[in-house]
Unconditional design. Structure first.
Length: 127
């Protein structure tokens, strides 16, 4: 099995023992992204929607580095520390995706790295 490690300077550097993404064949597995600014490596300030947009921007940067875009995401997982943000994440997602939408899960979790309020990971299939 040939694996290619994907990296983008436009997304936050890994803060642990993982790669931003791994490509196997035409499938790319994106690691979780939290609302970190790629330059400062600090959580962005602002409301939930601002933070969710930063996560989508980070995922988008890694998708581009793999040769694709958010449109190539076939499965998206969203982790929320407060499920009251479910409606807001749907609104923000509609800014980044057009129908047909990817398969998706939205899960409530107790805590995320750096006390982020949202994290997302995805599976991309390149054309």
């Amino acid at each position: 099995m040939h694996r290619e490690i994907i990296h983008s300077d436009q997304a936050p550097a890994a803060i642990g023992t993982y790669s931003q993404a791994v490509k196997v064949g035409n499938t790319v597995y994106l690691s979780g992204q939290i609302p970190l600014d790629p330059e400062s490596m600090q959580l962005v300030e602002g409301d939930f929607k601002t933070q969710a947009r930063r996560v989508f921007d980070n995922l988008s940067a890694v998708c581009r580095a793999s040769g694709g875009s958010l449109a190539n995401i076939v499965k998206l997982n969203i982790y929320l520390t407060d499920l009251a943000n479910f409606g807001d994440v749907n609104e923000v997602m509609a800014e980044y995706f057009d129908a047909p939408f990817p398969a998706r899960a939205a899960l409530g979790v107790k805590q995320l790295p750096k006390d982020a309020v949202v994290e997302m990971d995805a599976v991309v299939v390149l054309d």
